[in-house]
Design a protein around this ligand. Structure first.
Ligand SMILES: [Zn+2]
Length: 329
């Protein structure tokens, strides 16, 4: 007869038995994994079809906006906390991604917005566009057009590299004249605070390519399949872009909404970095209602990566329905 092995004290619940052993950290099990914990982050890029077009989402990294109340100082804190908690998001700080979109129309390779650029003002996990673009198999010199929603730090600061030369040497640049004028204008003492910082950065990135800039206009075609849609408020010339290929319709909404929970559930909310918050809310409601009603796809710069999905009208605001992995827009 074999000796009876000593009985180990039983662990309760989930950690009991073989499953529990698998869940225990290696040191507790007394064994080692075949490889180390890597802790590396995969390249942020994703690809889908859109009609005849191909859309590649390329991340520029995460913007840490700090405490939620800092972004929405006029809004009741309790409501922000409740909204974030109900959606399993951090109530301590807001971190939003930057999703740049490369749309291959078959004729042109078009990049929508450019991230924060080489100075990485939001830390080492920002300014990743060029690295992620290459990881996605796209070379900067292949980009034919850079289309900018507006002149803010996280949208135009990736136009010029640390050497003072354009990151996309063969690209035309598209932006509204209102935003170009506003964010390159040093006059009237606009050199202080965050506005001053934004103005300096916009000048550093937009003035060297001034002779390649075409100003976009509301309702006018930027190129075949891409139409500018004025959506002012966040900035004076903030612009969304309607995309169409065959029967497929979508809109690159830029900064129409920065957060998929707070700004969709409370679309009237005022964001700290808006030039005109009331006007921004009007633009947000007008376009989101249309996108919901007509079930048009969305390419969102700041919603969770890869920022592709749909909105539906719900209550006083909207719900966000991300596109499932592998499904075409
Ligand atoms: Zn932004």
């Amino acid at each position: 007869m074999r000796p009876i092995p000593p009985v180990a004290p039983r662990r309760r619940g989930l950690l009991a038995g073989a499953l529990g052993a698998a869940l225990l950290p290696a040191f507790a099990r007394g064994v080692s994994a075949a490889g180390p914990i890597l802790g590396t982050r995969p390249a942020d890029w994703y690809r889908t079809r859109f009609g005849e077009f191909e859309v590649t989402v390329v991340g520029d990294g995460d913007l840490d906006l700090g405490a939620p109340a800092a972004g929405f100082p006029a809004h009741p804190r309790d409501d922000l906390t409740q909204l974030l908690r109900a959606n399993f998001r951090s109530t301590e700080k807001l971190v939003i991604p930057q999703n740049c979109f490369v749309v291959n129309t078959g004729r042109q390779l078009v990049l929508f917005d450019t991230g924060v650029g080489y100075t990485r003002p939001f830390g080492p996990h920002t300014g990743m566009l060029l690295a992620n673009l290459r990881a996605a198999g796209i070379m900067p010199e292949q980009i034919d057009a850079v289309v900018c929603s507006h002149g803010h730090i996280d949208h135009v600061w990736g136009i010029i590299g640390g050497d003072g030369k354009p990151n996309f040497p063969n690209a035309q640049v598209f932006i509204s004249k209102a935003d170009f004028d506003f964010w390159t204008d040093e006059a009237r003492g606009r050199t202080d605070g965050w506005v001053g910082t934004f103005v300096q950065g916009a000048r550093r990135n937009l003035l060297p390519v001034r002779d390649r800039i075409t100003f976009v206009e509301d309702g006018k075609e930027v190129m075949p399949g891409i139409i500018a849609v004025s959506a002012p408020g966040h900035t004076v010339g903030h612009t969304a872009f309607a995309l169409q290929s065959g029967n497929a319709k979508a809109m690159f909404i830029g900064d129409l909404a920065h957060h998929d929970v707070i700004m969709l559930r409370r679309p009237q909310i005022e964001f700290a970095y808006d030039t005109d918050s009331r006007q921004s809310a009007q633009s947000r409601l007008r376009l989101l209602r249309m996108l919901a009603q007509e079930r048009i796809g969305i390419l969102s710069y700041h919603f969770p990566f890869p920022g592709l999905g749909y909105v539906a009208a719900e209550g006083e605001g909207f719900g966000w329905y991300p596109l499932p992995w592998g499904v075409n827009l």
